[in-house]
Design a binder for this molecule. Structure first.
Ligand code: SAH
Ligand code: SF4
Length: 364
């Protein structure tokens, strides 16, 4: 049994099953997540007999780092190897006093957004909780070993995959990110980004309301249907209502809306006005994202002046709006450039995705 990635509750249950006290879980969690120790032999506050028993029945094993790259701008990217030959990507973005880790939640993505290279390559499988949390564990270790005390202060689920289509594995991972016995990050320092799977958003709100980012990318349904196909199932109005509910009980919380700027597609002044009308006087802020091209996309990045004008319209409507700086482009670590290694799957297996229509679109 691999104990890595088990939630505190699951670990307590594991020790109860061995006839041990619940505080054993606390001890092991601290060894693994605070001190980075994986070897039971080195967990010296466990009795010798328990250590021997654990050696026989269990292991603590995060996914291995299969490759690493560093950008000229300080961004780091890791390829995490999974035991079935797939790989996912994890990106670290240092920014003055903050250090943000962008982690993946699936191998590929089934939602097939037309501007995203992850979506373009299709979906293979969900990550396990251990594989999700393992990215943070490995990155922290690598940063401690290789960088001059670089901090890891924030985690964003904005890498490969749609986290709300893998909530069963993502929720325990979020709990470990927040738990003081593991990574101990505050709720505001953990952000989940979604293309808008409304029912799962409701579940997240009830079970673990971390900070929320929503990939909007279009201010009306006909355009969003094209760019973000899951909009056909959960259109803008329904999505926004779920967003406002999400932050209703958390004073001062806002939803961050991501909007990738595609030249001549969604970047006109009229689009900006429509977007302002949707979000005005709401607990919202907007991140305008320069499009990161990939060969098959057919889109181009909006000119800087166009992005600036678009931003002005939103600012005039009282919306906090920033233009995201592109980072890590030279190592293909920028938003939407993460592809990892997604092994092809037999067609039948693909259809097991809960959203078959989008799974089929995923490879286009
Ligand atoms: N599936 C989730 C999280 C991963 S995508 C989601 O869609 O929110 C993370 C962010 O990168 C999203 O806002 C996505 O729209 C953006 N993105 C995808 N492809 C991009 C590209 N080619 N250029 C810039 N941003 C992109
Ligand atoms: Fe999936 Fe997000 Fe890419 Fe859309 S933008 S295909 S939801 S990873």
């Amino acid at each position: 049994m691999n104990l890595f990635g088990l939630s505190p509750a699951a670990l307590r249950e594991f020790f109860a099953g061995l006839g041990e006290q619940p505080f054993r879980a606390t001890q092991v969690l601290k060894w693994v997540y605070h001190r980075g120790v994986l070897d039971f032999e080195a967990m010296t506050d466990l009795s010798r007999a328990l250590r021997a028993r654990l050696q026989e029945t269990a292991r603590v094993e995060p996914p291995p780092v299969a490759g690493r790259q560093q950008s000229v701008d300080g961004t780091w990217k890791w390829l995490m190897g999974l035991d079935d030959g797939n790989c996912v990507e994890t990106v670290y973005i240092p920014d003055e006093e903050r250090g943000t880790l962008c982690i993946s939640s699936q191998v590929g993505c089934a939602l097939g957004c037309s501007f995203c290279s992850t979506g373009y390559r299709g979906f293979n499988r969900d990550l396990t909780t251990a594989e999700i949390v393992g990215q943070v564990w490995q990155a922290r270790r690598e940063l401690a070993a290789g960088g001059a005390g670089r901090p890891l202060t924030n985690v964003v689920l904005m890498g490969m995959g749609e986290p709300l289509l893998n909530l069963d594995q993502v929720l325990p991972a979020l709990q470990l990110l927040l738990d003081d016995l593991a990574f101990g990050l505050g709720r505001r320092r953990v952000t989940l980004s979604t293309a808008g799977v409304v029912p799962a958003l409701e579940r997240l709100r009830v079970e673990c309301p971390v900070s929320l980012a929503v990939s909007l990318h279009a201010p009306n349904d006909p355009l969003r249907d094209q760019l973000v196909p899951i909009n056909r199932k959960y259109p803008i109005r329904e999505l926004l209502e779920a967003c406002w509910r999400y932050v209703a009980e958390a004073p001062k919380s806002v939803v961050t809306f991501e909007y990738v700027m595609l030249a001549g597609v969604n970047d006109s002044l009229e689009h900006a006005r429509q977007l302002a009308a949707l979000l005005r006087d709401r607990p919202a802020k907007v991140n305008l994202i320069p499009f990161n091209p990939f060969p098959e996309s057919g889109y181009a990045r909006s000119a800087v002046a166009v992005v600036d004008r678009f931003r002005e319209v939103l600012l005039e409507a009282g919306l906090m709006t920033i233009t995201r700086r592109t980072r890590g482009e030279d190592i293909d670590a920028a938003c939407g450039q993460l592809v990892g290694r997604v092994l092809a799957r037999p067609r039948r297996a693909r259809l097991s995705c809960p959203y078959p229509v989008y799974a089929e679109g995923g490879g286009q």
